[in-house]
Design a protein. Structure first.
Length: 502
């Protein structure tokens, strides 16, 4: 099915109710793999970080990574889950070239964390609760590189290359319960959930959760049911979606695709699908197996995991401030309204503002520049705010120059423009462009005298008590100094020279 065969989003939602399930895989930031001592460092030569255990060679035995278990418990606690007192690993059996053991060591019916929830805030401030089914431990597969085709996928490739460095890296898979009741906001809920989960994972310090690097990826399960019915429809599973925007686009596309198939009398096939960044579409992958097709059975080479209640409570007590609580605290500290904080979140500016404050700027100045000039630049260039080529330290320096009176807002915008253009740091741009505020009282006084002399009628109105007319003289001075005068000081000098009290 092509993009042109989709049903409109409005018509799809008028007839059908979407039900989603989101499965998020998070690579844990451990130094070694989940069941062996091989390094997890990025960038190594292919197949240089492997051993008999992660290659599944005969006679090798796995050992559980304690830090991986600890990270799993922390994630479960932060997601308001119950933590199992006893759980086991299982073998998930299937063949694929990137899995050297021909099974994945995972958890099946006994996950380490289960029955939780995560509250997510939508763009208009509405809070939507996503119920968590489970969070379980498993290992990642290797990486396949398909060579010779036009798409980089296996279809049409002449051959494939396999790198097992990633095989065995610890994963946590977080699975939601069916997400119902989101209606036309289902794609937005999907994006908000993954965004909030990413922030939570980063706050816990268990992973950098960089989606563009595959450290966090989402499978979007979606089905439709006719309005008013309770029975779920047949689902599709869009695999390995690796950006927040793409999660939202994948959910929206599948809603429209399912609706077009169902409306035309067709049948949805339960299958995996590939997401295409270039146009937001999905295409068929393979028929989706059911759990019984994997022939799960308990892993005989690993002992059960039994976190003591004392250890779990120690981990709970040591959890950092979680993202929603931190945002609430910052909002109160900064004295801003709900909609202002939501604007900061929508712009992806919170961490940038905090980093700028850490570099010495006050919160108002940090928000002002990131949410003003820099957000405008990001919008115009179509880039994420975090990708704008200026650092929090440089923004803090601009704020410091303004606070010191060396720059006014107009000049500060020119400095930022120069930094974004690659002309160097703020001080270099100031020096190269000659942008400092004119602070020489003699030069400033002469500019004011010249403005008064050239605008005698305006000066008389000011002497007569019309202080608003001072704006004309201030404008004349600012023009003469190319905007580099301190407007407040210019006004003081104008009134002083005309013998008028401000």
């Amino acid at each position: 099915m092509t993009v042109t065969e989709l049903l409109s989003y409005e018509d799809a939602l008028a007839a059908y109710d979407p039900v989603m399930g989101l499965e998020v895989h998070v690579e844990l930031g451990t130094r070694t793999k989940m069941f062996c001592g091989c390094s997890t460092a990025l960038g190594a030569e292919p197949n240089s970080q492997v051993c008999p255990t992660c290659l599944g060679l005969p006679g090798s035995l796995p050992v559980v990574n304690e830090t991986g278990v600890e990270s799993a418990v922390k994630i479960g606690l932060a997601l308001n889950c119950s933590i199992a007192e006893w759980c086991r690993f299982a073998r998930k059996n299937y063949f694929y070239p990137d899995m050297p053991k021909n099974f994945q060591t995972s958890q099946y019916d006994e996950p380490i964390a289960y029955d939780g929830y995560l509250d997510v805030q939508l763009e208009d401030g509405e809070v939507f609760r996503v119920q968590i089914e489970r969070a379980h431990m498993e290992e990642d597969t290797g990486k396949s590189t398909h060579v010779g085709g036009a798409t980089g996928r296996i279809h049409g490739a002449s051959h494939s290359l396999l790198d097992y460095n990633r095989a065995g890296i610890p994963l946590i898979e977080i699975v939601t319960k069916p997400i119902e009741g989101a209606g036309d906001r289902a794609p937005e809920v999907a994006r908000a959930y993954v965004a909030e989960l990413r922030e939570l994972i980063k706050a816990l310090g268990v992973s950098e959760a960089r989606m563009e690097m595959g450290q966090m990826r989402c499978d979007v399960n979606l089905s439709l049911r006719p309005r008013g019915e309770q029975k779920f429809g047949t689902r599709s599973e869009t695999k390995n979606v690796n950006s927040l925007r793409s999660v939202e686009r994948a959910a929206r596309f599948e809603i429209q695709r399912h609706a077009a198939v169902l409306t035309s009398g067709g049948t949805i096939v339960q299958e995996t699908r590939h997401f295409h960044e270039e146009d937001g579409s999905t295409t068929s992958g393979r028929i989706k197996e059911e759990a019984e097709d994997y022939r799960y059975f308990p892993e005989p080479d690993l002992v059960p995991v039994a976190p003591s209640r004392e250890w779990v409570e120690e981990l709970r007590a040591g959890l950092p401030e979680l993202p929603r609580l931190r945002r609430k605290r910052l909002q109160e500290e900064w004295g801003i309204a709900d909609h202002e904080m939501q604007s900061v979140l929508n712009a992806g500016a919170l961490d940038l503002i905090l980093a700028t404050i850490a570099e010495g700027a006050d919160s108002a100045a940090a928000r002002k520049w990131w949410m003003g000039e820099l957000a405008r630049h990001a919008n115009e260039s179509g880039a994420e705010l975090a990708a704008v080529p200026i650092t929090p330290a440089q923004v803090a320096r601009v704020a410091a120059l303004v606070a010191a009176g060396d720059l006014n807002d107009k000049l500060a915008r020119q400095v930022i423009e120069g930094v974004l253009a690659g002309e160097g740091g703020p001080d270099e741009v100031v020096d190269r462009r000659g942008l400092k505020v004119v602070s020489d009282e003699g030069a400033l006084g002469k500019a004011v005298d010249d403005a008064i002399a050239a605008n005698a009628a305006v000066a008389d109105r000011i002497r007569g008590g019309n202080l608003a007319a001072a704006g004309a003289l201030i404008g004349a001075v600012m023009k003469a100094t190319r905007g580099q005068a301190d407007a407040k000081r210019v006004r003081e000098l104008v009134l002083e020279k005309l013998g008028v009290q401000g």
